[in-house]
Write a protein that binds this ligand. Structure first.
Ligand code: OGA
Ligand code: MN
Length: 212
């Protein structure tokens, strides 16, 4: 994936958003060609490689069809589009560490497909002191998403009942927020909805405590 056209000023905007409100939405983070390359890469995966979301890793405690029904596949960097995306996120990680001293150690991300009717109820990606996830990213891969296709991402303030943001999952849009601070949900999609959800992580808090 050619990431050259991506201006570093977008990185500056992301840093500013995370340092300020802790959340930011960036339409056009990837251009149409970059987005299409990732969409094709995802589409080329056979269905048997997709896992009902939440099996293993962090979300096992609520792997539950009442909470989420999407299907996921971890990126492993085996293809050029995946490598391009992961390289870009590694650069973003460096910027966070350089400017905000976040101590981010790595980034994990998965493709997610919400088929018609799929949803993800309101949740937090990380609980304070119990997770090494610090920053969530979501990149959308959908072409010409329309409001009546559903599948909006709603982002809430820590204790708010009304969403702070409603995000259309339009291809190329990146959403970034502090994982411990913003509950969020995905409304039922009315057509297949594709994304890459990812998390920048610090050292495991339990392992870190044991080293004391
Ligand atoms: C997640 C998530 C949001 C989205 O995977 O944890 O909240 O818009 N995804 O896909
Ligand atoms: Mn989430």
């Amino acid at each position: 994936m050619n990431t050259a056209p991506l201006a570093t000023c977008v990185f500056d905007d992301i840093i500013t958003a995370i340092a300020g409100p802790g959340v930011g939405i960036f339409p056009g983070f990837l251009d149409a060609a970059q987005t299409a390359a990732l969409r094709r890469d995802f589409a080329s995966l056979p269905d048997w490689q997709l896992t009902p979301a939440g099996i293993g890793r962090e979300h096992s405690h609520h792997n539950n069809e009442r909470i989420r029904t999407d299907k996921t596949r971890w990126l492993d960097g085996a293809t050029a589009p995946q490598q391009g995306f992961m390289t870009l996120m590694a650069e973003l990680q460096q910027q966070f560490n350089r400017h905000l001293f976040m101590g981010l150690k790595d980034y994990e991300c998965h493709y997610a497909r919400y088929d018609q009717g799929d949803f993800y109820k309101k949740h937090l990606d990380a609980f304070r002191g119990r997770s090494n996830r610090r920053l969530t990213t979501v990149l959308y891969l959908n072409e010409s998403w329309q409001p009546d296709h559903g599948g909006e991402l709603l982002i809430y303030a820590e204790k708010g009942r009304q969403p702070l943001y409603r995000v259309q999952p339009e291809g190329g849009t990146l959403v970034c927020f502090l994982s411990e601070r913003f509950p969020h949900e995905v409304l039922p999609a009315h057509r297949p909805r594709l994304s890459i959800a990812g998390w920048f992580r610090v050292d495991d808090p339990v392992a870190a405590a044991l080293r004391l």
